[in-house]
Design a protein around this ligand. Structure first.
Ligand code: HEC
Length: 114
């Protein structure tokens, strides 16, 4: 009986932990923010947050379609994000249609709404 109680309680603790872990970043915007703060995102060496603390300076970026970063021209926010991933974070460009990119874009767009 004691063994079964222990098993049931362990299972309960496990289920609660997993639920909490998932609930932590439950919206696309929150997952995007987590990528933004993650130094290892897209294989990079520093986080976006290092140079854009709390997204400051990017409040208008979500509404733009033309960017000019580091001497180049970018025609979408996704392209702009990839330029920073490669040249600033020293990571690898990610697919513009990937979930990670959509989450990152959601976070950047949310900055303008605050
Ligand atoms: C080493 C510093 C550095 C890091 C790290 C960095 N950036 Fe940038 N970022 C810049 C600079 C410099 C510019 C161009 C100047 C500007 O517009 O602020 C820029 C521009 C941008 C722009 C365009 C701003 C606009 O509206 O014109 C976006 C969007 C952006 N960064 C997103 C990101 C994201 C997302 C990451 C992480 C993947 C990131 N940056 C990491 C330095 C950095």
């Amino acid at each position: 009986m004691a063994g079964r109680t222990l098993l049931v309680s362990s299972l309960l603790v496990f289920v609660i932990s997993v639920t909490l872990a998932f609930a932590k970043h439950h919206t696309a915007e929150e997952r995007g923010k987590a990528h933004f703060n993650d130094p290892a995102f897209a294989g990079g060496k520093k986080s976006c947050n290092t140079c854009h603390p709390d997204g400051r300076g990017l409040e208008g970026s979500g509404a733009k379609t033309k960017f000019s970063i580091m001497g180049g021209d970018q025609n979408s926010l996704e392209e702009a994000v990839n330029v920073c991933i490669v040249n600033a974070n020293r990571g690898n460009a990610i697919d513009v249609n990937s979930t990670e990119m959509q989450e990152m874009v959601s976070y950047i767009k949310s900055l303008g709404a605050q």
